[in-house]
Design a protein around this ligand. Structure first.
Ligand code: ADP
Ligand code: MG
Length: 317
């Protein structure tokens, strides 16, 4: 019997719990905790591909590059390269944590990280309206110099200083899909789609080029789940369940939602916060509409219980 495949998108809380725990060692401990729960799933026979966020990590890398440029004239790494660096460092930590947790659980299974590029459409409307702030704050003079020299889009951020903003286009195609699929078929646990993927555009002749943009990690992982025809999409985040009327006196935690209900709640526009829960629900809607059967949103410690239907929010067709 062929095994079941799950794509698990792990959120920022799987690596950085809070502002006081941002060191490499803290990230390792957080990753190890999440890996332990993913291994519980593997133990029950699931084959998994794990995608992860990388927002703060790319921020740190950019900040280091900015300081190195200022103080030692080292050339600045472009954003796509910072994305690749973050995939490598987080992928390394997650793979090692998974290997160690499998060792402890007596599971003999290989794991590997795939540095991954995601093709975006150069005509995506997001390019007309860059919205994602990245890198450190600058003075107006510094910001305008960067804009003139490097073509950065810059904005004044609510009196706190100037920042660079980049577009957040939709993911269209996973360049390394065949590689990921081959690994999964060979029974190898895969870590990939870090930060939604390194955004690249495809030229007329088929060549690729990295660009300065960021991809939503929930959309990137949903696309992978669609492409792999995964049995399950798990979105692991900071909450055990999804609520409607979130943050209001009428807040209600949901055990289940149908695709139709999810679409209706999304359309009402008041239930899921933009930039946090809304992209997760939309990513799941996309997965189910493309033929996926079920998806779960829960926190790392409840992944296995949610798979068993004991908690979490399950969204089905
Ligand atoms: P991640 O790093 O996992 O993507 P986000 O912060 O982007 O995490 O999204 C998860 C957060 O979404 C939760 O911690 C919660 O505060 C918030 N949230 C917004 N709307 C809802 C909702 N309707 N139900 C539950 N959580 C919600
Ligand atoms: Mg998020």
């Amino acid at each position: 019997m062929s095994k079941k495949v799950a794509v698990i998108a792990i959120g920022g809380n799987s690596l950085i719990k809070d502002k006081a725990h941002q060191s490499v060692q803290d990230q390792y401990l957080a990753a190890d905790e999440t890996a332990k729960h993913i291994v519980e799933m593997i133990k029950e026979g699931w084959d998994v591909v794990i995608g992860h966020g990388n927002g703060p990590q790319v921020g740190f890398l950019l900040q280091k590059a900015e300081i190195a440029e200022k103080t030692a004239s080292l050339s600045m790494a472009p954003l796509d390269v910072c994305g690749a660096q973050s995939q490598g460092q987080i992928g390394y930590q997650l793979v090692q944590c998974l290997q160690n947790q499998m060792k402890k659980a007596g599971i003999n299974k290989p794991a590997a990280c795939v540095i991954e590029q995601t093709i975006v459409n150069k005509n995506d409307p997001a390019f007309q309206n860059p919205t994602k702030p990245i890198g450190g704050f600058m003075t107006e003079k510094e910001a305008k110099a960067k804009a003139a020299e490097l073509g950065w889009t810059i904005v004044e951020d609510a009196g706190r200083g100037w920042r660079r903003v980049v577009p957040s286009p939709l993911p269209e195609r996973i360049v390394e899909l065949d590689a990921i699929e081959a690994l999964i078929k060979a029974g190898i646990i895969v870590v990939s789609i870090g930060g939604g993927g390194i955004p690249v555009i495809e030229h007329e002749d088929g060549t690729l080029e990295g660009i300065a943009a960021v991809i939503d990690k929930d959309f990137g992982n949903s696309l992978l789940a669609q492409n792999l025809k995964a049995d399950m999409l798990v979105i692991s985040t900071a909450v055990e369940k999804v609520a409607i009327n979130f943050g209001t006196p009428e807040q209600k935690w949901l055990d289940t939602m149908t695709l139709e209900e999810a679409k209706a709640y999304m359309a009402e526009g008041i239930h899921f916060k933009k930039g946090s829960m809304a992209p997760k629900i939309q990513a799941i809607i996309n997965f189910l509409e493309a033929g996926g059967k079920e998806a779960i949103i829960t926190n790392p410690e409840n992944i296995l219980r949610a798979i068993h239907g004991e908690t979490g929010t399950r969204i089905t067709k």
